[in-house]
Design a binder for this molecule. Structure first.
Ligand SMILES: Cc1cc2nc3c(=O)[nH]c(=O)nc-3n(C[C@H](O)[C@H](O)[C@H](O)COP(=O)(O)O)c2cc1C
Ligand code: SF4
Length: 440
């Protein structure tokens, strides 16, 4: 069921000048901050707990609970993750370009709640316009008195630095991001500790939260956590910004109420995706970024709900939904995704570094007509070495979860479309009809 709830994070985006301080102030901007500063940090934290806001960066960990895990120390950092480099994921890019003040305000409120005096926004370096606007927003916030010493006349002070990333997907993984921020190579850190809340930036307790997570904070403080929790269902509260791409009539971003909106609504509703392109049948869709196992037509009536999607064997992950129509070659789709992971593996762990390379090569040779029947088992065996048992959620032999993300598309493809993989072998190449949209 598609509900007509007013958007939260994309409310301002209809305005041409949504990125400017003038528009932000004219549309309720920095009122959440003013209200937060009239509350104690504990009260602000309590509102976010009441909202049950799940992190929007991928893992879906509750933001309020993450803040509670901070080790008590004299220095605490807040780092906002705007790296967003996963293929088909483009919702943070939109927020950075079109509503940077909302991120800045959410960051200031969060820093106040957790007691941080220094915050960073780590923004993907390729977002040239986004970086320009975000930096401008930070400068304007300083000039407005919303950043720097004695914010809006209070006794709270905060400095905020925008840091451009150098374009590596792995730097979105929070511990690699912290390494990169410290000026080192972006290698994920060995766990434990599992959360930077214990040992984070420069060894100090640190909260890392996603851009969209931060963008929800001003609304939650203005309207109260209960109002946010009244949207959605169960643990999937509020709205979420979905990046819809692939073979749909109307690809783009859509903010919808969580849980109550279904995948069918998102893909087929005329106000949202508008249906599969050219009236074709749906073959498969990826519900939460290319790390996620694929879904199929039988999953269409499931709500956009973190728990339901998890129980069905996948994840809402980074909020990107990729639609594949009946002309999509499953081998090629799995290969294109695997090639991305192969190229982006940081190389620290053997199963990820070597496994991704083998999988990339095997899938490529099947697609090119040089595959063997036993390659299917070989692929699954390589996947099993990266994520033993091929279960969901995956077991891990690697330092970070990039490795266990690799099997998702291969296992989904082979389990659901085994015959199509074998046909590639028998026919010496791709059996799908040539079509300009086949090569996703
Ligand atoms: C390989 C990899 C890439 C990631 N990329 C991003 C990213 O671009 N942006 C993001 O917010 N989280 C990303 N994450 C998740 C972060 O590690 C972290 O969980 C998140 O930033 C926490 O924010 P949240 O709790 O607000 O969701 C990535 C994780 C992995 C393993
Ligand atoms: S799993 Fe892959 S990306 Fe993650 S630390 Fe190991 S080698 Fe690097």
């Amino acid at each position: 069921m598609l509900t007509d709830r007013a958007p939260i994070v994309s409310a301002r985006l209809g305005h041409e000048d949504s990125h400017t301080l003038e528009r932000y102030l004219a549309t309720g901007g920095y009122e959440g901050l003013r209200k937060a500063l009239s509350m104690t940090p504990e009260q602000v934290h309590e509102e976010v707990n009441a909202a049950s806001l799940l992190g929007r960066g991928g893992a879906g960990f509750p933001a309020g609970r993450k803040w509670s895990m901070l080790r008590k120390a004299s220095t605490t950092y807040l780092v906002v993750n705007g790296d967003e480099s996963e293929p088909a994921t483009f919702k943070d890019h939109l927020l950075i370009e079109r509503d940077p003040h909302q991120i800045v305000e959410g960051t200031i409120i969060t820093a106040y709640a957790i007691g941080a005096a220094q915050a960073f926004i780590f923004c993907r370096g390729e977002f040239a316009l986004g970086l320009e606007r975000l930096t401008q927003a930070v400068n304007d916030a300083y000039a407005h008195g919303a950043l720097g010493p004695s914010i809006l006349g209070s006794d709270f002070s905060l400095d905020l630095v925008v840091h451009p990333g150098a374009g590596a997907y792995i730097c979105g993984e929070e511990t690699a991001l912290l390494e990169s921020l410290e000026g080192k190579r972006g290698f994920p850190r060995i766990k434990p500790p599992y959360f930077p809340a214990a040992i984070g930036l420069y060894g100090e307790p640190t909260v890392v939260n996603n851009v969209e997570t931060m963008s929800n904070i001003p609304w939650i403080v203005r309207n109260g956590g209960a109002a946010f929790a009244a949207l959605g269902q169960g643990s999937s509260t509020g709205t979420r910004l979905f990046a819809l791409s692939g073979h749909v009539e109307r690809p783009g971003w859509y903010e919808t109420e969580m849980s109550k909106t279904t995948f069918r609504d998102l893909i087929y509703d005329p106000k949202l995706g508008g249906g599969v392109r050219r009236g074709r049948a749906l073959k498969a869709f990826i519900p939460g970024g290319v790390s996620a196992p694929w879904f199929f037509p039988e999953h269409l009536d499931m709500g956009l709900d973190q728990d339901a999607v998890g129980k069905a064997g996948s994840m809402l992950g980074s909020g990107s939904v990729v639609v594949m129509d009946e002309t999509t070659c499953a081998v090629r789709a799995a290969w294109r995704i695997s090639r991305f992971f192969h190229r982006e593996s940081c190389g620290q762990c053997t199963p990820c570094r070597e496994g991704a390379g083998w999988i990339d090569k095997i899938l490529r040779r099947i697609e090119d007509g040089l595959g063997r029947e036993e390659d299917l088992d070989l692929l699954l065996d390589a996947c099993d070495n990266i994520a033993p048992g091929l279960t969901w959620p995956p077991r891990q032999t690697t330092i970070c979860v990039l490795g266990p993300s690799i099997p998702s598309s291969i296992v989904s493809g082979i389990h659901q479309f085994r015959d199509e993989f074998l046909l590639h072998v028998k026919e010496g190449g791709c059996p799908m009809p040539p079509d300009e949209v086949r090569h996703v």
